[in-house]
Design a protein around this ligand. Structure first.
Ligand code: NAD
Length: 260
C-alpha cells in the first residue's frame, strides 16, 4: 500500500475534499487524524473509516486552524494517538466575501485570512517542527485554488490567501528540504462539495462548463492526486503547484465559431 505505516493529519476532513482524502489515505494504509472545527462530523468520518474494509485507521480531533494553540494541540494529539506525523494536508478553508468597495475589513478580510492563510501557516509550522524532530522526513500538502492565481468575483481576500498558500509552499520546501520534508500545493477548480453545491443548478452548470470535461470535479478525484502526492512515488514533486482543475485555466469559454 502506498501509505502503509504513515500517519497523516487532514484539516477540514469532516467534509468535501478533506473527507474524500481521509478515506483515500485510509484505503492506502495510513493512520489518519480527522481534524475539523466540526467535531461531530469529524467523528462521523472517523467512524465511516473504522467501518470500511481498509487497513488504515482513523481518529478525530477538533481544531480551529485559525488558532495556533489549537493547531499545536492537534499535532500533539496525533503524536499521542499514532506516534508520529508523517504527512499533513492543510485543507481546511472557507470561501465567500463581498465586493471590494463594500468590504467590512473584519468580516471580509481578516476573518477569511485567519482561516485560509494563517491556518495553513500554522499547519506548516507545527507539523514541520514535529517532522523535523522525528528526523524521518515528511510531506506537507496544502490546498490553494485556481483563484490563488487569478482574479474572480467576490474573491479579493480568498485569492490573496490562496496565493499565500502557493508562496508558503515554495518557501517551506526550500527551508525544510534539509530535513527531508517536501511541500506541495494543489489548485482545485470547481469541485462538487458544499462550497459549490450551495449554488443554483444553473450556476453549477456554468461552473461545470468552465472545465474541459464539462463536469464538476468529484472530491474523490482530488483525493486520488493528494494520495499520490503524499506517497514516495511523487518524491520528485517539491515546492510546486499541482493543478487539479480539469483544464479550468487553459481556456476562457467554448465558442460556436463558424469555420473561416
Ligand atoms: N470546492 C471547490 O470547488 C474548491 C475549489 C478550490 C479550492 N477549494 C478549497 O478546498 C478546501 C476544502 O474545501 P471543500 O470544497 O472540501 O469545502 P467543505 O466546506 O466541504 O470543507 C471544508 C471543511 O473545513 C472545515 N473548516 C472550516 N473552517 C475551519 C477552521 N477554522 N478550522 C478547522 N476546520 C475548518 C469545515 O468544517 C469543513 O469540514 C478549502 O481550502 C477550499 O478553499 C475548494
Amino acid at each position: 500500500m502506498k501509505l502503509d505505516n504513515r500517519t497523516a493529519i487532514i484539516t477540514g476532513a469532516a467534509s468535501g475534499i478533506g473527507r474524500a482524502t481521509a478515506h483515500a489515505f485510509a484505503r492506502a494504509g495510513a493512520k489518519v487524524m480527522i481534524a475539523d472545527i466540526d467535531l461531530a462530523s469529524a467523528e462521523r468520518v472517523a467512524a465511516e473509516i473504522a467501518d470500511a474494509d481498509t487497513s488504515g485507521e482513523a481518529d478525530a480531533v477538533r481544531v480551529d486552524v485559525s488558532q495556533f494553540a489549537d493547531v499545536e494541540a492537534m499535532v500533539a494529539r496525533t503524536v499521542e494517538v499514532f506516534g508520529a506525523v508523517d504527512v499533513i494536508f492543510n485543507n481546511a478553508g472557507i470561501a465567500g466575501g463581498a465586493p471590494l468597495l463594500d468590504h467590512d475589513p473584519e468580516a471580509d478580510y481578516h476573518r477569511l485570512l485567519r482561516v485560509d492563510q494563517d491556518g495553513v501557516y500554522y499547519g506548516i509550522l507545527a507539523a514541520g517542527r514535529q517532522m523535523a524532530k522525528q528526523g524521518t522526513g515528511g510531506v506537507i500538502i496544502s490546498t490553494s485554488s485556481v483563484y490563488g492565481e487569478q482574479a474572480a468575483e467576490l474573491s479579493f481576500t480568498y485569492s490573496a490567501a490562496k496565493a499565500a498558500v502557493i508562496s508558503f509552499t515554495r518557501s517551506a520546501a526550500y527551508e525544510l528540504a534539509e530535513h527531508g520534508i517536501r511541500a506541495v500545493a494543489i489548485t482545485p477548480g470547481r469541485v462538487a462539495t458544499p462550497i459549490i453545491n450551495q449554488f443554483s443548478d444553473e450556476l453549477k452548470a456554468t461552473f461545470a462548463g468552465e472545465q474541459l470535461r464539462g463536469a464538476l470535479t468529484d472530491p474523490d478525484e482530488i483525493a486520488d492526486v493528494v494520495t499520490f502526492l503524499a506517497s514516495d512515488e511523487s518524491r520528485v514533486i517539491n515546492g510546486t503547484v499541482v493543478s487539479v482543475e480539469d483544464g479550468y485555466s487553459v481556456f476562457k469559454q467554448r465558442l460556436d465559431l463558424p469555420v473561416f
